[in-house]
Design a protein around this ligand. Sequence first.
Ligand code: FPP
Length: 243
Amino acid sequence: MSKAPTHLPKHVAIIMDGNGRWAKKRHLPREAGHYAGMGAVRETVRAACDMGLENLTLFAFSSENWKRPKTEVGALMALFRVYFRSDMDELVERNVRMRIIGHRGRVAGDIHQMILDSESRTAQNTGMNLTFAFDYGGQEEIVAATRELARAAAEGRLDPETITPELFAQRLFTNALPEPDLVIRTSGEHRLSNFLLWQSAYAELLFVDTLWPDFGRDALQKAIESFAARERRFGAVNSEAVA
Ligand code: FPP
């Protein structure tokens, strides 16, 4: 078991990127990179549980990923099926609560059912919250929340003056989670790519060169150590400066 870092973030969110490049470097099809990426998901989830992390969110499939070639989308969906079938027992054993954030209505019926089953099987678990962003887009999420509030206002159920950031956040998929305090993106790209746009307002962003299939226990530990070394001020000045 890895040593628990002294200053754990409450919520780590990861943009898992670089599966394709990992495969290309090995002259393998992109699908092989995604398969290896599933291994990194397993290792990272295990490490996060062992460290005592409370919330881990992984960007598994964006609403833009549907634009990829049909064969690649098919391979990714096949992997999600494998994952839901093979890993739920371990998640239950580890007392993990698993949830999905995202559109839900566009995935195949059997995957939708697996999501519902996995969520209900782990709903009473009290350990780490593991959230997969799946068919997820941050702008879409914000627009849906806005539409809901606008409808309530138009129907006279809501006074627009009472809309606050907190009220707005309650309409997001992540309403049950604290905001991520550390967002990691692998593979050397410096973008958020429509991931947790609202929720990451004050998150520390960490971009690492590691390709996702090479990410795991050590990389997570290092990321958390680097988070612990940063000073977070939330727009204020640090306590020493005001003392
Ligand atoms: C980005 O790599 C990654 C994805 C589009 C999907 C993430 C999927 C996994 C990690 C696989 C399995 C996940 C689960 C939950 C079972 P990329 O293909 O964009 O890489 P590239 O930028 O190098 O082409």
